[in-house]
Design a protein around this ligand. Structure first.
Ligand SMILES: CC(C)(COP(=O)(O)OP(=O)(O)OC[C@H]1O[C@@H](n2cnc3c(N)ncnc32)[C@H](O)[C@@H]1OP(=O)(O)O)[C@@H](O)C(=O)NCCC(=O)NCCS
Length: 183
């Protein structure tokens, strides 16, 4: 699959909405403000615009916009980290409170589903959540199951940065002699 631009548009209750993967439309300030909200309790604003740009440059982020003939106002987002072929990790699904509860959240999840279905070699679409409500939503809209060895004979493994550093400190295996070159 090409890293093509994905775009959808719909009109609801006399308002027109756009979902687009075009990075040039998504204000960095919108993402940082979203990361600062309590609603996105798993995220926090990135410390520099460079870090934010690196994140966005290496993700497929769908911005959700309320649009008119002259404006495109960002109101939400959903981000997938993907190789566009075998794996997609969905995160940072967010909609401004004023726009919630009218189907836009389900719509952006359906757009992510469509993108993943275009990947003929897709092995897994995955995500992390602790919320029961989110699990219900992702079961319903994406057919997801828990990878906890009960529903699928698989477990999902993960580590936060702190414990990864502890593992590096206690491991006998070191990745030394690192050579850095720009690809
Ligand atoms: C999750 C979120 C994007 C849904 O957006 P939305 O436009 O309100 O959702 P829709 O109107 O399309 O659909 C509402 C569905 O989402 C579910 N929902 C609402 N808030 C939710 C939340 N915080 N987490 C998960 N699901 C939620 C509802 O159960 C509802 O399901 P139903 O229609 O079967 O009753 C929005 O609530 C949000 O931004 N929440 C804060 C951030 C967050 O928690 N994101 C990740 C959770 S998946």
């Amino acid at each position: 699959m090409d890293k093509k631009r994905f775009q959808w548009q719909r009109t609801m209750a006399s308002k027109t909405y756009l979902i687009s993967s075009d990075r040039s439309l998504l204000p960095h300030a919108f993402v940082q403000q979203a990361f600062a909200t309590d609603a996105m309790f798993w995220a926090k604003p990135l410390p520099s615009d460079e870090a934010l740009k690196t994140m966005l440059d290496n993700s497929l982020t769908l911005g959700i916009y309320e649009i008119s003939e002259v404006t495109k106002i960002a109101i939400g987002m959903a981000r997938m980290i993907t190789d566009y072929t075998t794996l997609a990790y969905l995160t940072d699904v967010y909609l401004l409170p004023a726009h919630q509860g009218q189907g836009l959240g389900k719509w952006v999840i359906a757009c992510c589903r469509d993108i993943c279905l275009e990947m003929e070699q897709l092995r897994f679409m995955v995500l992390l959540t602790g919320s029961e409500e989110a699990q219900k939503l992702y079961r319903q809209e994406l057919g997801m199951q828990k990878l906890d060895s009960a529903e699928e004979p698989l477990v999902c493994m993960g580590v936060r940065r702190g414990k990864l550093a502890d593992a590096a400190a206690s491991s006998n295996t070191v990745a030394d002699s690192r050579e850095v070159s720009s690809a």
